[in-house]
Design a protein around this ligand. Sequence first.
Ligand code: HEC
Length: 186
Amino acid sequence: MAPMRSNVSKRPNITAKLALGAFLAALALPGAANAMPWSWDMFTQPSYKAQEDLPPARPEGVVPASGHTYVKDRADSARLKSPVEPTSASLERGEAMYKRYCAPCHGDTGKGEGLVGQKYVAPTDLTTEYVQKKPDGDIYYTITSGGLAIMPSYGDSVAEADRWHIVNYIKNNLVPRAATPVSASK
Ligand code: HEC
């Protein structure tokens, strides 16, 4: 009985060593490991592929009802005229959107004291004459396409109308707000 038992206990040992060897070999050969079925089985599936079929026919007489404002570059943006009057509703909306999208860097005052602005590269002070004298379209362009150097673009996240509301807020209310202490403005 005793010799048999020792035989049985040795077999798993050899199997484990073989398995480990095979595993290490697979690791050493990434090409071979990638050829395992689980690395490509998601490719062969019965899903519908893009452009596989013709697009549905467009109903007759249909034309696009809206489009995007096209600007070639920053210089070209100066000609844009804001389609949004700086009404109190626009300024209110602009302030809310400014606080959501711009204040994290530029700060509630526009001077660059936002929490991200302090850690990131110092943002341009939006209360300076340099920014305040800019054409509306130039600021619109900055929101849409980003700053001169590293400010990211917000064209993907801020709707076109909201960009103009933000421009209205920066041009009309940001400086007076910046002059008012935060506690007094509430
Ligand atoms: C992630 C931080 C960050 C956010 C968010 C941000 N900015 Fe900026 N902004 C900067 C930095 C940094 C600069 C200076 C460097 C540059 O121009 O790229 C700058 C520059 C500017 C300028 C001056 C560009 C010029 O012509 O010199 C304007 C105007 C401006 N930002 C407006 C905005 C507005 C409006 C928003 C909100 C929609 C906004 N920024 C959101 C970081 C930010």
